[in-house]
Every structure is written in structure tokens, then in C-alpha cells.
Design a protein around this ligand. Sequence first.
Ligand code: PEP
Length: 249
Amino acid sequence: MIRPIIAANWKMNKTVSESLDFVSRLMQLVIGMNDRQVVIAPPFTALYAVGAALKGSSIGLAAQNLSENKDGAYTGEVSARMLADAGCTHVIIGHSERRTIFGESNDVIRAKISMALQSGMQPIVCIGETIEERESGRTFDVIAKQIKEGLNQIETSDIKHIIIAYEPVWAIGAGKTATPEQAGEVHGFIRKLMEERYGEEPARRLPVLYGGSVNPDNIGKLMAQPDINGALVGGAGLNVDTFGKIISF
Ligand code: PEP
């Protein structure tokens, strides 16, 4: 049985003080919730302060991105080592906004995963198809390519540190969620691909989260699907009361 993971991606929202207000409330809400892992992904500017506030708490701290390079002359970039030093336990990699707005390829994503693993952080690797890809019947091909090119070179010994988030691009920020059956079908496919590459046991233990307009009303049905092990939440993770309802699904 995989312990469910519920992660909030704040994207480019919240100042340091807004982040700290959220976290002080969230820390109260998670008291006694040992059967699930809660993770928050503030913007870079709030990571260190939030990491300090979270010391001793079970809440994970994720960055929303990292550099594929180790260190050096990369103006504006943030390395894996810096993020781990700031208190990050997780890092979101390959979010569809990074892929589409910033042109991240599967090769870049693979390099970023490697950097995160070397610094001891758990990558939350996002994959998912666009509406055109789904409507032209290419969902499984797209997912297979993203996994093959982005994930297949990970060592078997590292696979236990990986979290995958299936986020159909057409459901992100759209108020339109994949049905639990649609999501469950793709999650099952992802697990099968990972089983073919890494074997039954590692694939069985791999957390596969769903992301795309998750809210307090749909989380229960999504989590009832056998291959859905948690959620990556965008908009509904910005308000602590709403996020509190999602984490207590
Ligand atoms: C996301 O951006 O990862 C996401 C799932 O957003 P939302 O929940 O707002 O659809």
C-alpha cells in the first residue's frame, strides 16, 4: 500500500509572509495525519523561510523547478544543491507550463531528474497529453514517449525515490477534471510501462499522482481509483482551508 501524497504547487503566487501564514495554519491541520504525505511547493523566494518554519514537521517542501546544470555561469538559475540546502525534500520537474512556456524537452527533464536525485531530493515528474493528442487517440503514445525519454535511464536503485504526476494538460487550471476512470486508465498504463522497465515490485511501490483541477469535491472519487496514489493540486492549493479539505479526503 502506497502512502498517499497530496502536493500543492503554488506556481508564481505568494510572498514570503503569505507563504508563512499558510504554513502555520497547515501545520495545525496535518497534526495526527500520519497516513498521508503533504507537500507544498512555494516559489523560490519563500523556500528558505518556509523550510525553516517546517523544521520538525512532516510536511514536505518542494521547489517548482531546478537547473539541469550543477553550478557555474548560469545567470538566474537555481541548482539542486542550493534547493536541498534551503530545505527542499522534493522538486517538481517537467510541469506542462515548463514544457510549453519554457520549451523544456524530455532530455532536459531527464538531466533535471538526475540532478535532483544526486542532491537527495525526490523528483515529482509531470507527464500528460494535450487535448489535441487525446482527441487524435495519441494519449498512450505521448505518455510512453515522455516516460521513455525522460525516465528510462534512471537507475533501478533510484526508482524508489521517484514520484510521477499524471497531469492531462487539458485539465490543468481548466476547471475540467479527467473522470476518475480516464485518469485511472492512464495511471494503470504508466504503472505497466514502469513494470516493464523496472520490474513488478518497484512499479507497485511507485507513487503516481493525478493533477488537473483537483478540488475538495472530486478528490474522493479520484483517490478511490486503485492506481491513483495522490494528487498534485494547483489553484485549489492556494487557499489553506480548501487545501485542508483536499488533504483530509
Ligand atoms: C497544476 O498546475 O499542476 C495543476 C494541477 O493545476 P490545477 O489544479 O489548477 O488544475
